[in-house]
Each structure stands twice: as C-alpha cells, then as structure tokens.
Design a protein around this ligand. Structure first.
Ligand code: HEM
Length: 143
C-alpha cells in the first residue's frame, strides 16, 4: 500500500514538473519574447515555477529514494537493465534540477532588463530542460 502511494506521488510530481518545464519553453517564453505580458506577470509565473521546482526536486528525491531502497539492492541497481534506468533517472533529475534553477534565475527580469531580454536569456536553458524532461519520461516509460 505505501509503495503504491509513493509511486503515485512520484509519478504525479514528475508529470507536473516536466510538464511545467515544457510549457514554459513552448508557451511562456515565446509570449514573453514578444512582450505579450509585463514583468509583473512574468515574475508571478517564475515564482510559481521556482516553488514547483524546489518541491519537485525534494519530493522526487525522497520518493525515488524510497522506491529505489525498497525495490532494488546495490547490486541490482548497478547490475540490471531496470537498475540502469533508475540510475539514468537520477542523473537526468540532477541535470534538470540545475537547468531549472539557472533557467528561472535568468527568467527573473532584473530592473534594467526587459521581459523580452529575460526570456531570450532563459530560452536555451528551458529548451535543454524540455529535452531532458522528455528523456526522463522516456526512461520512466521503459520501467
Ligand atoms: C533522485 C531522483 C529519482 C530517483 C531516485 C527515482 C527512482 C525511481 C524508482 C526506483 C522508480 C521505480 C522503478 C521500478 O518500478 O522498478 C521510479 C519510477 C518512476 N520515476 Fe523516478 N526517480 C527519480 C527521479 C525521477 C524524475 C525526475 C522523474 C521525471 C520524469 C521520474 C519519473 C518516474 C516515473 C514516471 C516512474 C514510474 C515508472 C513506472 O513504473 O511506470 N523519476 N523512479
């Protein structure tokens, strides 16, 4: 019962975080680049994404750690195909966490920066974050 609950939390948080990352890259950044909304709207969006990122990084680590500790041993993690997928998930989690943190820092427009400039600076990080998000979901789908 606990394991199923942890896996459900893990999967829901994974979907929310990867989905938000792809949405920012595909919708928010193009709209910000063409100044369709102002810095106040952008700072609300960026702040919410920051909270989601911090919560997701921690929840995925704890729930993933529990899943790994329950379903795998040290040997099966490094010696089985499924174990390698879980290790790939951990590496991609670390990469996405860094891209997300640097990304929302760039997307936070400074006083002397326009919304379009902040979006342009953040774009490569969110595009890379979207690629990593899709890779994570592929790895999860293979499990
Ligand atoms: C520290 C980071 C993470 C750890 C330790 C971890 C670990 C795990 C483990 C052990 C499982 C169960 C594997 C099995 O059933 O044999 C799992 C499943 C899953 N993980 Fe992660 N994970 C992490 C991060 C992520 C991230 C960032 C995502 C984002 C997409 C993700 C998405 C999933 C999904 C969707 C499943 C369910 C797969 C299924 O059984 O259908 N995980 N994870």
């Amino acid at each position: 019962m606990i394991l199923e609950l942890v896996l459900a939390v893990h999967t829901i948080v994974a979907a929310l975080w990867t989905g938000a990352t792809v949405f920012i890259a595909g919708a928010i950044i193009p709209a910000a680049k063409s100044e369709q909304f102002g810095s106040a709207a952008l700072s609300i969006i960026t702040r919410r994404y920051r909270y989601l990122t911090i919560g997701s990084v921690l929840l995925l680590l704890f729930s993933g750690g529990h899943l790994a500790g329950t379903l795998y041993t040290f040997e099966t993690l490094q010696g089985s195909g499924r174990g390698h997928l879980v290790l790939a998930m951990v590496v991609l989690w670390l990469v996405l966490a860094h891209l997300a943190v640097f990304g929302y820092r760039k997307l936070t427009a400074t006083d002397d920066e326009s919304v379009a400039e902040a979006a342009t600076a953040a774009r490569p990080l969110f595009y890379a974050g979207s690629v990593v998000s899709v890779l994570l979901l592929i790895v999860a789908g293979l499990l």
